[in-house]
Design a protein around this ligand. Structure first.
Ligand SMILES: [Zn+2]
Length: 209
């Protein structure tokens, strides 16, 4: 689960010989860096579902409206729900960082779901998060290595119906409809030949036995 915190950062005006020191204060978005122990390739059964709307993430993840990971107790399966790269970046989050954070959860990392009343500074460690450190949320890092069997479901408009194969490959819903019709509506030539039993009502003379 991605939690954001804000921390203060300071910078001077940058002038080499300022007549007076001008200090700018600004708030930065921080996120929790996954401890190295968990920042390793996940090797279980992984599904990654992308979303365009934070409302969808909030609905599915509960607290976070950025991302979360659902982990099976034996860690053999993990579902990551996450905003798309574009949306994450617009909201100040580096995509690879966010994904690696979630994959660390797939590897068993846990941290509290809320900050409570705590305030953190940049670089500070959160003991309750197994030593996770608060860093800039937009920190660039390398892409994580994903299992070859990873199933990825791209983000779609909530108003669009998407058809995917059991292997999670997208296929045309129109084509599927044609296939269904082809199987469910046999052509005349394949219809079983039905003949009426001539003796069904025993009216014919030869049937009256
Ligand atoms: Zn998290």
């Amino acid at each position: 689960m991605l939690l954001l915190a804000t921390g203060a950062a300071y910078a001077n005006s940058g002038a080499p010989y300022p007549k007076k020191v001008i200090v700018k204060h600004f708030r930065i978005q921080m996120s929790l860096l996954q401890p190295p122990k968990y920042d390793i390739p996940y090797t279980g059964d992984l599904e990654i579902m992308f979303y365009t709307y934070k409302e969808n993430i909030k609905e599915l993840c509960g607290i976070s409206d950025y991302a979360c990971a659902k982990i099976w107790p034996d860690h053999k399966k993990c579902i990551v729900r996450i905003l798309t790269k574009d949306v994450l970046e617009k909201r100040g989050y580096a995509y690879n960082f966010a994904l690696r954070h979630e994959l660390a959860h797939c590897n068993g990392w846990k941290h509290p779901n809320t900050l409570g009343n705590k305030h953190f500074s940049l670089g500070e460690k959160w003991d309750e998060a197994e030593g996770g450190v608060w860093i800039e949320a937009d920190r660039k890092m390398a892409a994580p290595k994903l299992p070859e069997s990873t199933k990825i479901l791209p983000a779609y408009s909530p108003y669009k119906i998407v058809c995917i194969t059991p292997k999670w490959e997208e296929e045309s819903c129109a084509k599927r409809q044609e296939d269904v019709l082809a199987y469910s509506r046999p052509s005349i030539s394949t219809m079983p030949h039905i003949t009426k039993d001539p003796c069904i009502d025993y009216t014919k003379e030869e049937c009256q036995r």
